[in-house]
Write a protein that binds this ligand. Structure first.
Ligand code: NDP
Length: 464
């Protein structure tokens, strides 16, 4: 894939970039390794001041970087602004909390009495240079939720961003540098995916994190496994959104949350709700209101305040989505709304908000991730069927359930195979809470204490 900014709302190429050659990559890897030796020795107060400076810069430049994101990958300007604000918040959260999250731990004296380990401590030391392979869908947030904890822990970072968001990638490398982090602490490698493996295998690189597709995750994890380096993988999701009959009184809330959960970021979020599993007692009412609300969404120019859904980020992404929908329709599914390109928007990679019913396990969309504004709707007779269907997917990122019934909540919280179970609301990430999945959604956790410790050498220091 060429490294280029292409406006998905028009299909127009805005700028193309020459990938860095091997010598430029080598220079950056060497610089990252050198920077690590100094950065690891800085104290938390110093790192926190730099991280807050980066957050302040980002706040001040919110509209500019939001316009860049919208132009490169088509998210609405309003959501791009919100993403930038969320990044600044996460930076400040790690600036405030890193020291306590990485404080030395002491074993319980009762556990180690007379063992010789009375004065032992568990210490979280940084690992070194961490390679981050990142996707375009939240081009700032995906990077910041790695970079803020990694830098606060004393690591240095190399960013290989998706090839369709080079302007945002360059902005990020520049941001941390302008905030005052030493040269080499956080750098962008403007390279295609073919250059990743060599960087990963470089002995100066200690670990990797990847957010993206299963294929990319598999390739990076295989090379990292071969080189015996730790990885965190945050891959796709096909999150269930279950509505039980006990939610009958708040069906309107459930419907409006369902719509947002499906079409946020033009439908291209790993934690978007994608499969809507509705108890038969409320199915007809939910389906009717959900379809009506999806039909009412405004699809169009992502810079326009009145737009709800912008284009799909890439031409290939829309083609993949079209294939999934056509496969389902050809095998007997019904489009309750949408199902094609909006006629009024012939340029750019737009797709109509779509609801499919009558989906069976013979259809690809039943088990694959629909990365765009396409929902599948299922009717279930009871809780057991809802749990079974929710788990009938290779993915296990997060899940949403609408029920106020305490017994039902206990069952879903116990049985859903996912890294998150959100009741009566939609999945969201928060710096203080771990984020990640099970099954083919990946492994490891980002954010919270888990996220900052993921790239630490958890060291037992024993004093005899
Ligand atoms: P990719 O997984 O291909 O891209 C994500 C990142 O991985 C990019 O930086 C990409 O680089 C890199 N990459 C891709 N292949 C390899 C490889 N073999 N070795 C090393 N790095 C690699 O996502 P796509 O943009 O192609 O999207 C395809 C599908 O992935 C989507 O439809 C969706 O299902 C899923 N996806 C999930 C995301 C999530 O948030 N979980 C985010 C994005 C996509 P480059 O851009 O240069 O190819």
């Amino acid at each position: 894939m060429p490294i280029a900014s292409v406006d998905p709302a028009t299909g127009r190429t805005l700028e193309t970039f020459e990938p860095m050659d091997a010598a430029a990559v080598e220079e950056r890897v060497a610089k990252a390794a050198r920077a690590f030796r100094e950065h690891r020795e800085t104290d938390f107060a110093t790192r926190a001041a730099l991280m807050r400076a980066a957050a302040d810069l980002l706040d001040g430049e919110r509209d500019t970087i939001a316009r860049t994101m919208t132009a490169e990958m088509g998210k609405t300007f309003a959501s791009a602004r919100a993403e930038a604000a969320k990044c600044a918040k996460a930076m400040r959260w790690y600036a405030d909390h890193a020291e306590e999250l990485l404080a030395d731990e002491h074993p319980d004296p009762a556990d180690v009495a007379d063992s010789g380990a009375e004065r032992a401590v568990v210490r979280y030391r940084p690992l070194g240079v961490v390679l981050a392979v990142m996707p375009w869908n939240f081009p700032l947030w995906q990077v910041v939720r790695f970079a803020a904890p990694a830098l606060m822990a004393g690591n240095t970072g190399l960013l290989k961003h998706a090839s369709n968001v080079p302007r945002t990638a360059l902005y990020l490398g520049d941001l941390f540098h302008r905030a005052g982090f030493a040269d080499g602490c956080f750098q962008t490698l403007l390279v295609g995916s073919g250059a990743v493996e060599d960087v990963l295998r470089d002995p100066r690189v200690a670990a990797a994190t990847l957010t993206g597709s299963e294929g990319a995750g598999r390739a990076v994890a295989a090379a990292a496994g071969d080189a015996i380096k730790p990885t965190v993988l945050e891959l796709g999701g096909s999150d269930p959104f279950v509505v039980m009959s006990s939610a009958a009184a708040e069906l309107d809330d459930a419907v409006s949350t369902a719509v947002t959960a499906r079409v946020q970021n033009n439908g291209q979020s790993c934690i978007a709700a994608k499969r809507f599993i509705v108890h038969e007692d409320v199915y007809d009412a939910f389906a009717e209101r959900f379809v009506r609300a999806m039909e009412r969404l405004t699809v169009g120019d992502p810079m326009d305040d009145s737009t709800d859904v912008g284009p799909v980020a890439t031409e290939q992404g829309r083609a993949d989505l079209e294939e999934l929908v056509e496969d389902a329709l050809s095998r007997g599914a019904a489009a309750l709304c949408g199902g094609g390109r909006p006629a009024a928007l012939p340029d750019g990679w737009f797709y109509e908000p779509t609801v499919l019913a009558g989906v069976t396990d013979a259809m690809r969309i039943h088990r694959e991730e629909a990365f765009g504004p396409v929902a599948t709707l299922y009717r279930v007779p009871d809780l057991d069927a809802a749990v079974a269907l929710a788990n009938d997917t290779p993915f296990g990122l997060s899940s949403n359930v609408w029920t106020r019934d305490a017994d039902e909540q206990r069952r879903f919280a116990r049985d859903l195979e996912a890294g998150g179970v959100f009741f009566n609301g939609m999945t969201a990430s928060h710096p203080a809470l771990p984020f990640g999945g099970v099954k083919r959604s990946g492994y490891g956790r980002e954010l919270s204490a888990q996220g900052i410790r993921a790239f630490c050498n958890v060291t037992t220091v024993w004093f005899g």
